[in-house]
Design a binder for this molecule. Structure first.
Ligand SMILES: NC(=O)c1ccc[n+]([C@@H]2O[C@H](COP(=O)([O-])OP(=O)(O)OC[C@H]3O[C@@H](n4cnc5c(N)ncnc54)[C@H](OP(=O)(O)O)[C@@H]3O)[C@@H](O)[C@H]2O)c1
Ligand SMILES: [Zn+2]
Length: 377
């Protein structure tokens, strides 16, 4: 069953607490890290917090930068990520900021909690998931009904602990703040539980102001290590974008996503997107990334069809465009058939220039699906 890519984000004190026990939220990270979080938020489809976090912190969970919001809108996405919360009880304050700021909201709850939530008149789509709230049904619903491909989870401890112990987290972004809480009654980030997968893979450490960001890739049971899981996730998204292309009898329908090394989506695109009847998917996506963006050098281009090596409609084929941006990693589902350009070998062009090209044939059928009329036989 499809799930979104799940990114857990949290800040902790040096002694491992998420907050103190005072009435005000403890500020663990500083302005530079809040800005980093804002950027991560801008790159996701949805942000989730538990009901406990709404009660304790009354957060807004917005993308605060107008430029980042404008970039989302420019890329055809909603101005704000969907806001998601979970509550078994349905007992939430209808006046909380969560409901009255930003874009759409969803509350996942139990059958019992749905009655309570509706009686309270919470300004959200209330989705009961049965007598109990299960994380897998929740993630499937977010993916299939809400179209969420990338989910950021911003706490609290109960939610993080469940997602990690159930093997549902693809990435953990943990900020260590230089202060102590020292109160045993304060909430911890991770509670007791059966943590699977042993040691997490350390993907990155970065100083942000006076805090340190560490990014880990937990190994979800059954999905292998994250790099592979992430490649499948983004390539599946590229294949899905391919289904949005205006139909054509003279060109393939292709989807593409450009993803930074830290897992941030930089841009997405598909063939003949917008008003351009000949634009290719990779070209459309790359055009949305600033040409001097330093993240391009370590980014990956995911494309449902291998980037073209030659094309009639534009002087530069996509393999060349990709190389010119500095990108040196491409993941694709399907080698180009001889339909339009016999012997096209975009992968060869890329590899010849030193780029890594990864073919994941598990996705080939999905990449072909919107092109059935071009490849009969
Ligand atoms: N430092 C940070 O980065 C950070 C981030 C976020 C939060 N925090 C802190 O974390 C604290 C809150 O964390 P928390 O662990 O108490 O709360 P939480 O994880 O935000 O929310 C827990 C609540 O979510 C609902 N829930 C979670 N899993 C469920 C399930 N499987 N089925 C049904 N309902 C479920 C329940 O709501 P009901 O009770 O309504 O049934 C539960 O009480 C606050 O002090 C906050 O300041 C810190
Ligand atoms: Zn192309």
């Amino acid at each position: 069953m499809p799930h979104p890519y799940v990114l857990l984000s949290a800040a902790v004190s040096l002694d491992g607490y998420l907050d103190d026990t005072g009435p005000e939220r403890l500020l663990l990270s500083g302005p530079a890290d809040f800005d980093r979080v804002d950027e991560v938020r801008a790159g996701v489809d949805a942000i989730l917090v538990g009901a406990g976090t709404i009660r304790a912190d009354n957060p807004r969970l917005l993308v605060n930068s107008p430029e980042r919001r404008a970039a989302r809108v420019g890329a055809g996405r909603p101005e704000y990520p969907l806001k998601v919360t979970v509550s078994g009880s349905g007992d939430l304050d209808p006046a909380a900021r969560f409901w009255h700021t930003g874009g759409e909201k969803v509350l996942y709850t139990t059958d019992r909690g749905a009655g309570r939530a509706r009686a309270l008149g919470l300004a959200a789509d209330v989705v009961p998931l049965g007598p109990e709230l299960g994380w897998r049904p929740l993630l499937e619903h977010l993916h299939t009904v809400r179209g969420v491909r990338r989910l950021m989870v911003e706490g609290g401890g109960q939610v993080h602990t469940q997602l990690l112990t159930q093997g549902l987290a693809d990435e953990l972004q943990l900020v260590l703040a230089p202060l102590f809480v020292g109160d045993p009654d304060a909430p911890r980030l991770f509670g007791p539980g059966s943590y699977q997968g042993g040691r997490l893979r350390l993907a990155e450490t970065r100083q942000v102001g006076d805090v340190v960001l560490t990014r880990y890739e937990p190994t979800a049971p059954g999905t292998g290590t994250l790099p592979a899981a992430a490649d499948h996730h983004w390539l599946a998204l590229a294949c899905e974008l391919a289904t949005r292309c205006p139909p054509s009898t003279t060109a393939f329908s292709v989807g593409a996503v450009v993803v930074a090394a830290d897992g941030t989506e930089l841009a997405r695109g598909y063939s003949r997107e917008g008003a351009d009847p000949v634009v290719h998917a990779e070209e459309a996506a790359l055009a949305k990334v600033g040409p001097t963006d330093p993240r391009l050098a370590t980014a990956t281009v995911y494309s449902s069809l291998e980037p073209c090596a030659r094309r009639a409609s534009r002087p530069a084929p996509c393999a060349r465009l990709i190389l010119d941006t500095g990108v040196r990693r491409v993941v694709t589902a399907w080698r180009e058939p001889d339909t339009f350009v016999p012997g096209a070998d975009g992968s060869g062009v890329l590899a010849g220039a030193g780029a890594a090209v990864v073919l994941l044939p598990e996705h080939e059928e999905r990449a072909k699906a919107p092109n059935g009329h071009l490849i009969s036989g």
